[in-house]
Design a protein around this ligand. Structure first.
Ligand SMILES: *Cc1c(COP(=O)(O)O)cnc(C)c1O
Length: 425
């Protein structure tokens, strides 16, 4: 039919050659870790097996596997064939209900309507930033420093400015509340907090959370709480969700299966809406619902399996994971505490350990990046430099790798630091 229409004369010039360029949006999408790592010259010592203490993926070495119950739940969902179609964009009702139940604790009760299933916690974060921060109004959001670099990637790609508030290494990586308050302005649309923290491995206690929420309350700024490491805490510590602190602050809590269930590739995340005074009632719930329609919901197989994953995974699985991580953390801490020029921070949870590098004792290197590069070259050990999280002069170790490799890596770090350490006055 269209062929019969009279040809419209084109006013644009025909072109000789193809030139397809990427949009400004795509060009402005930055992965800060990749950018940093790609610019490093990383040539391992061919004599030594590379030990990567840099990848925040607990599955890479194969020593940590998800629970059988989790695998069975997914296999049965696939075989059953009832979850192959589209489901509601916010998620299957029974899966949302299961997440609501899983997260309801410490006097905080969620219902099905409070849960939105997303394609990984990264996607949850993106929806939360998108719904709260408006680039057309010049909004900014506050993010932690050091912190997970994805916050900045997501915000800036949306045209939302980020402002960083400091965490205090000497105060167990608590938020510098005065600094946080000083970063707030009239255009601040949300504050992201991350507890337990990647990269610090630290946990906020009830009182600190209360102080944070008091600041948010004073300026009426909603919180985006990244709690992907919820309950991943070592003996002697407790995880307190920001939502269980009594306050009027509306919050969007982001979480998912990736870390606690050891399946980051399954891309199952969620948003839990905690709204004690109904501030999100009119627009934010609707906005999140509309935004979830962009990708027509998350993976339906994992959604179908979710009730069983959350209800039937035995506590022994969770305890076992914590035992392993805790043991690795203690090994790394013990080794590195004896290394002159390094100051490890014993994590309270998560899968990471931060180590301060006393750069003045390593005058051969002008930056931590250089030191890290040389360590790869001589010892084939690679950790992410603190620069990736906004804090130069530190390195972050991933403690999910097998115990033997943690020990071997620590030996090599010890040898390396011993070689370059210089006493200074
Ligand atoms: C791993 C991680 C995420 C992302 O989790 P996915 O579910 O894999 O998208 C979010 N926040 C922090 C702090 C993380 O470490």
């Amino acid at each position: 039919m269209l062929d019969n229409l009279p040809k419209k004369t084109s006013i644009i010039k025909t072109k000789e050659k193809w030139k397809v360029s990427a949009s400004t949006n795509a060009k402005n999408c930055k992965n800060y870790i990749r950018e940093l790592v790609d610019n490093l010259v990383l040539e391992p010592n061919p004599e030594k097996q590379v030990i990567a203490l840099s990848l925040g993926d607990p599955t890479v070495y194969g020593n940590l596997q998800t629970a059988n119950e989790v695998v069975e739940a997914v296999l049965d969902t696939v075989r059953d064939g009832a979850c192959n179609g589209y489901v509601p964009c916010l998620g299957l009702p029974k899966a949302r209900k299961a997440v609501a139940k899983y997260l309801s604790r410490d006097n905080v009760i969620y219902e099905e309507k409070d849960i939105i299933l997303c394609s990984g916690c990264s996607h949850s974060l993106e929806l939360c930033i998108t719904v709260l921060a408006d680039p057309k109004k010049g909004h900014n959001i506050l993010i932690p420093k050091p912190g997970f670099p994805l916050y900045r990637t997501l915000a800036e790609n949306l045209g939302v400015t980020v402002k960083m508030y400091n965490l205090l290494p000497e105060a167990n990586w608590e938020i510098d509340l005065n600094h946080m308050e000083s970063q707030i302005d009239e255009d601040t649309a949300a504050i992201i907090i991350n507890n337990p923290s990647n990269p610090c491995g630290s946990i906020f206690d009830y009182n600190h959370l209360k102080d944070i929420l008091d600041v948010a309350e004073k300026y009426k700024i909603p919180i985006i709480a990244d709690e992907i490491y919820e309950r991943l805490v070592f003996p002697g510590n407790v995880f307190v969700s920001a939502t269980s602190v009594s306050s009027q602050v509306p919050m969007l809590v982001c979480g998912g299966l990736a870390k606690r269930f050891l399946v980051p590739g399954w891309r199952m995340g969620w948003i839990a809406i905690h709204d004690p005074i109904g501030a999100f009632e009119n627009e934010i719930r609707t906005g999140l619902c509309s935004l979830s329609q962009k990708i027509i919901g998350s993976n339906t197989i994992v959604q179908g399996a979710l009730p069983r994953i959350l209800e039937c995974t035995p506590q022994t699985f969770h305890d076992g994971l914590i035992d392993t991580l805790y043991e690795n953390a203690r090994i790394a801490y013990k080794y590195l505490s004896t290394v002159k020029g390094l100051e490890p921070f014993m994590p309270q949870g998560t899968m990471y350990m931060m180590v301060k590098i006393q750069m003045k004792n390593f005058p051969q290197f002008s930056t931590g990046l250089e030191l890290m590069q040389k360590m790869m070259e001589e010892q084939s050990v690679f950790c992410l430099p603190g620069d990736a999280f906004g804090i130069p002069g530190y390195m972050r170790l991933v403690i999910t790798i097998p115990k033997e490799l943690i020990e071997e890596a620590c030996k090599r770090i010890t040898e390396f630091c011993g070689k370059y350490f210089m006493e200074v006055q």
